[in-house]
Design a protein around this ligand. Sequence first.
Ligand code: IMP
Length: 442
Amino acid sequence: MSVSLIIGGQWGDEGKAKIIDYLARDADYVVRYQGGANAGHTVVVDGKRFAFHLLPSGLLYPKVTCLLGGGMVIDPIALSKEIDGVVAEGIEVKGRILISEQAHLVLPYHVLVDGASEAKLGARSIGTTRKGIAPAYTDKASRRGVRVGDFLRSRSELEQLLTQKIREGNKALRQLGASPLPVGKTVAELLRVKKRLEPMITDTRLTLWSALDKKKDILLEGAQGSLLDIDHGTFPYVTSSNPTVGGAIVGTGLPAHALGRVIGIFKAYCTRVGNGPFPTEDVRKKGDQIRKLGGEYGTTTGRARRCGWFDAVAARTVVRLNGITDVALTKLDVLDTFDDIKVCTSYRCGKKRLEYFPNDVRALERCKPHYEVMPGWKETTNRADRAELPAKAAAYVGFLEELIGCRIDLVSLGPDRNAMIRFSSRRDRGGSGVPLTGDLPG
Ligand code: IMP
């Protein structure tokens, strides 16, 4: 298949970048399609850590062209700095980064408005990354936003547009009780980075359509996770874009029928950053242990992630929602030392037993997870000569496959590029999802 899509199966931070890095060695194009600098995609090569926020993770392979698709919101100052960072690492970027004209700009006031709005909400805050994501998508939806393509206007026209937008942004900042931005200085900074980015701006749809015609390999890199999707996630505790399959179509301009594999990335346990319901969260010792062993601290914000057990109710919903054809399971090695491992197989909500994730957060907050306990394998899975998993670890992975109704194809056993094995014991299991049984929410 020439187009493969990588989707986060949980609340983000599933280790997508490592799988993208693994698959990108065969790709011609790696494409981000939604979100912005709220993402933090980490790839470790020979012990060296690369963290991408706006740039697609495929940049480490010289033959890959990286596209920032039209569904993204792009902070041009942050992007320019990120490009400086990779250039300083000796990575050649010339001709390898293309930015969609359709993507919207995250302007400096969006970032400040995000922070000020969150501060104002206090205990009711969403816990955003404060990267300006919601304010930029708000401007897009209300047709006030500035697009990357606007950087191609004449200098005087652009200067006028940016001055007007910064003034409007300052009004919003004053209303929130925050300090306004210096207009002239901010516009000058934006004009400086626009000069840098200008040669990379293009109609990336045409690039992708031509790549399709030539049967090139295209990898679509989702950011965040399905449970943070603005439509399908735990609204309002979500991001402002569609990390799910629909977002990939809208955010690239590729036709739906072009999609081949839809690869869902799931961690062997669950984490969440920010506020919102998390049924399998373990706020006690074992949750702390997972955090410590898994290094569960945000790449973008450094925040400690909330940790808990694998939630098969959420995962099987995500498999159905995205039409996931195969799964990569990450960070299995983090569970190596546990005596026993809990897996949530269904929810109890009042008198109902739910096998699918309810849409309404109030219903979700009332759900109690039903757990099955698997024996831990108490053995290091992350070993260079490892070709197969220890029997109990394989049983755990097989149990997850059964619960979510999808083949688990790859298992990642550590941060390094090579710490990965193919899991093939159940190759006959397709990606059709689990039939709807049990009670329906509502
Ligand atoms: P925003 O995307 O910055 O507006 O944040 C909205 C919610 O999504 C918050 O709960 C964030 O913690 C969460 N979020 C945003 N991006 C990521 C990510 O890349 N990984 C995990 N959580 C994220």
